[in-house]
Design a protein around this ligand. Sequence first.
Ligand code: IMP
Length: 435
Amino acid sequence: MPSVCVFGAQWGDEGKGKIIDRLAQDAEFVVRYQGGANAGHTVVVGGAKYVLHLIPSGILHPGRVNVIGNGVAVDPLKFIEEVEGLRKRGVKVDGSNLRLAAGAHVIFEHHKRIDQASERWRGLGRIGTTGRGIGPCYADKAARTGLRVADLLEPDRCRRRLQAALAEKNALLTQVHGEAPLALEEQLDRYTNLGSVLRPFVGDTGAEVRDAYKRGKLVLFEGAQGALLDIDHGTYPFVTSSNTGSDGVSAGAGFPARWLDRVIGIAKAYCTRVGEGPFPSEDHGADGVKIREAGNEYGATTGRPRRCGWFDVLAMRYSLELNGADGWIMTNLDVLDGFDEIRVATGYEVAGRSYQEWPGALVDLSEVRVRYESARGWKTDITKIRSYDDLPELAKRYVEWVERLVGVKIVMLSVGPERDQIIPREGLAAALAAV
Ligand code: IMP
């Protein structure tokens, strides 16, 4: 059985939660390896909606082990809130089906305050972060001043490291951001208490995941955000602070890159983006609004309206190649049910030069003029269709046209938020099993 990484191939919100939930039926381990509670993975089961921010989307399947890897930035308050929310709804969550890496970095109150204050300083250059403390936490990780989950379990070590961190953060909060300082004793109390609640979940998750793989179990890696928000390869500086694709798995989960057998990208049949930053195929007119309303394109974490636009072939080819995708899954195809004409971005022009491939850091992407090609819409409700052959001809024509333009096989389609609103294509079994 293979190891499979499922990642967002656009700017996040591609519907990864639902796909992971579906693939988790066959998996033993589902592993988050980056990001934090900035993610909002939605899974709908029998009309009941679950929005998961930190906990992997395999949690709704009994018997699966869900892992929060060392590369995740963990807000213990959010972790506990999510565990309790699931338990209240009858989902079993304990140290046997939810594991937390001892080496994962902890998001503290000061990270969230600094995240929000830094955005105010950036003014027009603001990133539009989720305000969840992600960037400042990863910055401390790189600066080697962060605290990890294991530190919360050791009161003396926690005191030493938090005291040193707060001395600097309080100076920043008070002298640069004009905010009140945080009291060491109060913070220590709060976070060591949280640490004792985390204890039963904590372990050497890298070893646990490697062991499952060596025993022949299917291990799924669940990416958060999207490839175009990748800190190294996305639309920097308008990105998140982690490696969001298959590039994040080995460092963020303690799983050798060579052991990753399959990589599947997830992308909508159109594009969306939350927050600031270039989005070449954004539609500022009535169609953008229509996509937002038909797709209920409002952030699962922040409730912000998402910017909407058309499928971008250049961006997609880039992110699938970068992450070595064997295939991809097209989600939200049903959102296009009501359109007479569907546009697809197939080229860019910048300063008189035309591009057929993603120009990345070579050009200012906000200056891009997009060349579009169009397909006719199918104007039929496809949400109840479960077999590819039953799709309207024009819908199949759109799917196959986009697939040809991208040059990578579409292995599954999603036509609604429910678990069963899936249309498999023959490539999926091959993509997952041919190892
Ligand atoms: P941060 O991850 O909170 O630092 O935000 C950085 C950028 O990533 C902002 O543009 C956010 O809107 C975006 N972002 C972060 N998490 C997600 C997500 O799960 N989906 C979509 N966009 C996200």
